[in-house]
Design a protein around this ligand. Structure first.
Ligand code: G1P
Length: 276
């Protein structure tokens, strides 16, 4: 069983300034729910209950969100408005939430390594909350947990992306072992389109085995002078221990305004309106 999910949430969210000046980008709402809550709900749907956050300065709204708000809850107690907090309360009751701070922005790999103290020596999920993944049925993380149970190695989510977008992603190449499942042979962080090994881009969902921490400790800075998670996973891939999975579902890049608006419209039409 994988019980822990790690959320690297220390980034500044500069693309959304001024909205993110004093508010974490992960608290930006898609309609009425913050991005980070979609991420936590996805982990819960995959059987995970220990949520671990690698935070930074200015992110206090996240721990506040996953805690009771007595004044507010007393105020709305007994009214119809209580229903708005039902899902959030259920998460708070079901899960534990722990936090540690990344001192410097040294890359996604460094953020994951900072989370070691919260994760310990067990396989764990990673969700990048600004990649919003929505499905009709089983969540993406839940699909990945099933694969982990079968392969017992690190799993990365992938999606085909158009050539002009390739430079934004970690890109894999691998041997296709069955429909939608590849054994990763190569992984490159943000290559130029002409140097990319394929058009299969890594999306912000991972299941990692805990040897990743020792590998990260020994991974030198890569692309952009940052410690890259992609480089560490590539070390696991050299031992044949990484599976890439073309997940079933939709993914919205909420780290960019266009993807954020697309997600907002989609959720409004297909989830919010449909259920109200
Ligand atoms: C990170 C990873 C990249 C991955 C992407 C998915 O990049 O480094 O490999 O493809 O997330 O969203 P970032 O978007 O944080 O620059």
């Amino acid at each position: 069983m994988i019980s822990k999910c790690l959320y690297p949430v220390a980034g500044y969210g500069t693309r959304f300034l001024p909205a993110t000046k004093s508010m974490p980008k992960e608290m930006l709402p898609i309609v009425n729910k913050p991005l980070i809550q979609y991420g936590v709900e996805e982990a819960v749907s995959a059987g995970m209950t220990n949520m671990a956050f690698v935070t930074g300065r200015g992110k206090r709204a996240i721990p506040d969100h996953f805690d009771f708000s007595y004044e507010l809850e007393t105020e709305i107690s007994g009214s119809g408005k209580e229903a708005y907090l039902k899902e959030t309360r259920e998460l708070i009751e079901k899960c534990t939430f722990s936090y540690t701070r990344q001192r410097q922005m040294k890359g996604l790999g460094d953020a994951i390594l900072t989370g070691e103290t919260l994760v310990g020596n067990q396989p764990f999920g990673v969700i990048l909350a600004d990649d919003l993944c929505l499905t009709d049925g089983e969540s993406v993380m839940s699909q990945m947990v099933k694969l982990f149970e079968e392969f017992q190695c690190s799993i990365v989510a992938i999606q085909e992306v158009p050539t002009e977008e390739i430079h934004k992603y970690g890109v894999i190449k691998g041997e296709r072992i069955r429909d939608d499942v590849y054994r990763v042979e190569t992984m490159v962080e943000k290559p130029k389109a002409e140097d990319a090994p394929s058009n299969l881009a890594v999306i912000g969902r991972y299941i990692l085995t805990p040897d990743i921490f020792d590998i990260l400790r020994n991974t030198p800075p890569g692309k952009g002078g940052e410690i890259q998670l992609t480089d560490a996973i590539m070390t696991q891939a050299q031992q044949g221990k990484v599976i890439a999975y073309k997940f079933k579902g939709k993914r919205f890049d909420c780290g960019h305004v266009d993807g954020f608006i697309e997600a907002t419209n989609y959720v409004y039409q297909n989830i919010y309106k449909a259920n109200s």
